[in-house]
Design a protein around this ligand. Structure first.
Ligand code: BEZ
Ligand code: FE
Length: 266
């Protein structure tokens, strides 16, 4: 980020915050109470969660995607660059855990404007397991899936479960005070890479999951809720998710980071 852009953003945020203080007659005691809360967020390491919950969807909708594309969506804190290429289509390491429901996801990646398949696309997928837990050490339930020459893809995974963000600290207290749940509905994140660009980042939701109507992050859009049906062998589930890319813009690659990191001018 350039120092000019940094200055522009911070000055605007301060101006908007001053307008709120004036309009709502926020007292100095209330400001100090807010500061105490923000300090507790910092100590708990939850500041990023707060920004993800309240602002990240607004940011991706404002900066990525077009009216013709699949709705973009936030990465959240669990993206990890460098996921293995899963040529076999199997997204998990080892065997399925007891109780895991096998899930096959398939669909087509097309140019949202023309409907033409995007043969060179690679999906970069990450998701929680059947207990709502992300593998943050390794790459279980993470991987890159290539799209074939006609734009088709298919991968095998497990039905994810929803999870609480974060289960413990001040963010959950704040959500409770606002009358909001801290449970996210079950979802699968993905980025679509084409060459050196990343024209789309989104997540889709498991149709019928709990908390679809109360996602604290506000990330549930109709085109991203995908129903599932029984697989042919009767053991697992199948979902069909077609992905419409916005016109490929070289600048997108630079806009998406490799994971949580701050970049303010030093
Ligand atoms: C997630 O989708 O993984 C997520 C989003 C916001 C806060 C925490 C997690
Ligand atoms: Fe997530």
């Amino acid at each position: 980020m350039t120092s000019t852009r940094f200055q522009m953003i911070v000055e605007r945020l301060i101006a908007d915050a001053r307008a709120a203080v004036t309009e709502l007659q926020i007292t100095e005691d209330e400001l100090h109470a807010a500061a105490e809360f923000l300090d507790s967020l910092g100590r708990a390491g939850e500041f990023a969660d707060l920004l993800d919950i309240f602002l990240a969807v607004t940011s991706v909708v404002a900066t990525l995607g077009t009216p013709d594309s699949t709705t973009p969506n936030l990465a959240g804190p669990y993206y990890k660059a460098g996921a293995p290429m899963r040529e076999s289509g199997r997204l998990y390491d080892g065997e399925l855990a007891a109780g895991d429901v096998p899930l096959t996801v398939r669909g087509r990646v097309v140019n949202g404007e023309t409907g033409e398949p995007i043969a060179g696309a690679v999906l970069d997928i990450w998701q929680a397991d059947g207990q709502g837990i992300y593998d943050v050490e390794g790459y279980h339930l993470r991987g890159r899936i290539p799209v074939d020459e006609f734009g088709w893809y298919e991968y095998r995974t497990v039905l994810p479960e929803g999870y609480q963000i974060p289960a413990k600290g001040p963010t959950t207290t704040l959500l409770r005070l606002l009358g909001q749940s801290n449970w996210r509905p079950a979802h699968i994140h993905l980025r679509v890479h084409v060459g050196d660009t990343t024209p789309l980042q989104t997540q889709f939701f498991i149709g019928g999951a709990n908390y679809l109507d109360s996602d604290p992050v506000g990330a549930v859009y109709d085109d991203l809720v995908i129903e599932h049906r029984p697989s042919a062998d009767g053991v697992g589930r199948v979902m069909a998710f077609d992905i419409r890319l916005p016109a490929i813009d070289q600048s997108m690659a630079r806009r998406l980071g490799d994971g949580p990191k701050a970049s303010v001018p030093s």
